[in-house]
Write a protein that binds this ligand. Structure first.
Ligand code: ZN
Length: 131
């Protein structure tokens, strides 16, 4: 019998054991799971907290730089601090996004205004030509 390997989902942190990597899919995200590169037995010897830490550090290592920065700047193992930090960052990004949307709407309005003026000028010129 083939040995079981540990696989995890970089999106939601789900983990499971498989013999073949082709069977390793996340039931929630339907994405391919990533091999942890660790023997099943070694993983089993860890307690739940140690497994969590290991998976969090793996996920953080492959995450976009922002998440990476947040996770590594904080003590990764203090999960409350991490959640707090992520929440703060999320709120900040949300606010930035709102401001950007506002700017885009404003620019959009400006462009339309310019276009209306241009069209009006064009019509005026047409009128002048035919006079
Ligand atoms: Zn998942």
């Amino acid at each position: 019998m083939r040995e079981l390997s540990v696989y995890y989902c970089p999106t939601c942190g789900y983990y499971a054991y498989f013999q073949l990597s082709k069977n390793a899919t996340c039931p929630k995200d339907h994405t391919e799971l990533v091999g942890l590169g660790m023997r099943y037995q070694d993983f089993m010897n860890l307690d739940y907290e140690e497994r969590d830490r290991l998976l969090i550090s793996k996920i953080a290592a492959s995450a976009p730089s922002l998440i990476h920065r947040i996770c590594t700047s904080e003590k990764l193992y203090n999960q409350r601090a991490l959640v707090g930090k992520l929440t703060a960052e999320y709120t900040k990004l949300q606010k930035e996004n709102e401001e950007l949307n506002h700017t885009v709407a404003w620019m959009h309005e400006l462009v339309w205004e310019q276009l209306r003026r241009y069209k009006a000028l064009e019509q005026e010129m047409e009128v002048l030509k035919h006079d």
